[in-house]
Design a binder for this molecule. Structure first.
Ligand code: IMP
Length: 432
């Protein structure tokens, strides 16, 4: 029996991890976010209510569960406070005992957001298509060792000192290079001290908290954000986010050792989507792609941007299996494929007449290859009504079995609609 489970996206994000974590949270005691920030948007539907969570782990929607925002996350305090208030207004308890924030998580500062947007503007055609939330610049400061951490909110003098040090360089760069206005230290200080009043009580040493929980055999769910192909090392660099999104980051980003991580599960849509710029081998720039977008409601949960859509890419999936060490797979949005005559799966890439079976890391190769497809028959019936695997139409079962074979791992859950009940749990990972 696994007592800790890591959930990661196996594609370019938006795989439906929020819903999966929401379902599995019921069987766990603690849910942990370990990377990313409010670039993520996890959509969860409870009854007739829809929630989009950007920072708070999806476990918050379950009574009695603890939620942790680990050191690997970058936090925009204004967004966090708004999220807490919205949840409270909708009747959910969010307090200092069920939401813990790592002292070592980094803050997103106002200048990070201006940097993000202004840099993209300067890049023009070669822009990354970021969410503009200041995620990359905050991680840059972390690695450059000048970042300001959540724990600094609790030490006024140190916060003010660090802010002033940062602004010397930041204001020059903002004015001279980005042609933007500079920032006033006093103004930011006051704003952030007001945030500290609101969230200070949540900030603690979450590494110690999690270590104690592990010693007490608590069940922990690590909730990944974005997806494998947006990982800063293993994704389609430079068209990636600025954090490691792969499973190993669950240890680093929450302050526990890798030996404490249990089963690693990947989440993948039954087709593929991507937001922002960058290579996408199976992208459909035609009415088939438009159909997936419309039927799948493929518009960004954070930015509202239309998502690019395409067929399932098994080459990308085997890459995700390898770099995450995936042991099981969860397939979401199978219902979106209902009613298609044929469904394609990409099983290789044709690069100048040579067939590649492994996902290339070189962006120039990725941009130039053509997907090699195998075609499977579709199904007419509505999969949303299926209560178990056997209830699915034969061709839908065959499609899932083919994905399992290509990935070399089992599919343990299939999501067939937006609601909690629209999911087929083949195997409960907390019970196997
Ligand atoms: P950033 O994370 O805002 O720096 O954006 C970098 C790239 O990651 C852009 O292509 C974004 O669209 C993409 N991205 C970031 N977060 C998500 C997410 O949660 N889902 C899908 N794409 C994302």
């Amino acid at each position: 029996m696994s007592s800790s489970i890591v959930i990661v996206g196996a594609q370019w994000g938006d795989e439906g991890k929020g819903k999966v974590v929401d379902i599995l949270a019921e069987y766990s005691d603690i849910v942990v976010r370990f990377q990313g920030g409010n670039n993520a948007g996890h959509t969860i539907v409870v009854g007739d209510d829809k929630f989009i969570l950007h920072l708070i782990p999806s476990g918050i929607l379950h009574y009695g569960k603890k939620c942790v925002i680990g050191n690997g996350v970058v936090i925009d305090p204004a967004v966090l406070i708004e999220e807490i208030e919205t949840l409270k207004k909708r009747g959910y308890a969010v307090n200092e005992s069920n939401l813990l924030i790592s002292k070592e998580s980094h803050l997103i500062m106002p200048y990070h957001k201006v940097y993000d947007v202004a840099r993209e503007r300067l890049k023009g055609e070669s822009k990354i298509g970021t969410t503009g939330r200041g995620i990359g610049p905050s991680y840059e400061d972390k690695v450059a060792r000048c970042g300001i951490r959540c724990g600094d909110l609790l030490r006024k003098n140190i916060f003010f000192e660090k802010l002033n040090e940062n602004l010397i360089e930041k204001n020059r760069f903002l004015k001279d290079v980005l042609h933007e206005d500079g920032f006033d230290a006093q103004k930011i200080y006051k704003q952030y001290m007001a945030y500290a009043e609101r969230i200070g009580g949540h900030i603690t040493n979450t590494s110690i908290f999690l270590d104690n929980a592990i010693k007490q055999s608590k069940k922990i769910l690590f909730e990944g954000a974005q997806g494998t192909l947006l990982d800063v090392d293993h994704g389609t660099y430079p068209f990636v986010t600025s954090s490691n999104t792969v499973a190993a980051q669950a240890a680093i980003g929450s302050g526990i050792g890798p030996t404490k991580l249990g089963m690693v599960i990947g989440v993948s849509k039954a087709y593929t989507t991507r937001v922002g710029e960058g290579p996408f081998p199976t992208e459909l720039k035609n009415e088939e792609g438009d159909r997936l977008r419309e039927k799948g409601g493929e518009f960004g949960a954070t930015t509202g941007r239309p998502r690019r859509c395409g067929w399932f890419d098994a080459v990308a999936l085997t890459h995700a299996v390898r770099v995450n060490g995936l042991e099981s797979l969860i397939i979401t949005k199978l219902d979106i494929l209902d009613g298609l005559d044929e469904i394609k799966i990409c099983t290789g890439y044709d690069y100048n007449g040579r067939i590649l079976e492994d996902f290339p890391s070189d962006i120039s190769v990725l941009q130039d290859l053509k997907p090699v497809y195998e075609t499977l028959p579709g199904w007419e019936q509505d999969t949303q009504r299926a209560a178990c695997f056997e209830d699915l139409p034969l061709n839908a079962r065959e499609y899932i079995k083919r994905l399992e074979l290509l990935a070399g791992i089992d599919v343990i859950m299939i999501s067939v609609g937006a609601k909690r009940k629209d999911a087929i749990m083949v195997k409960n990972p907390f019970e196997t």
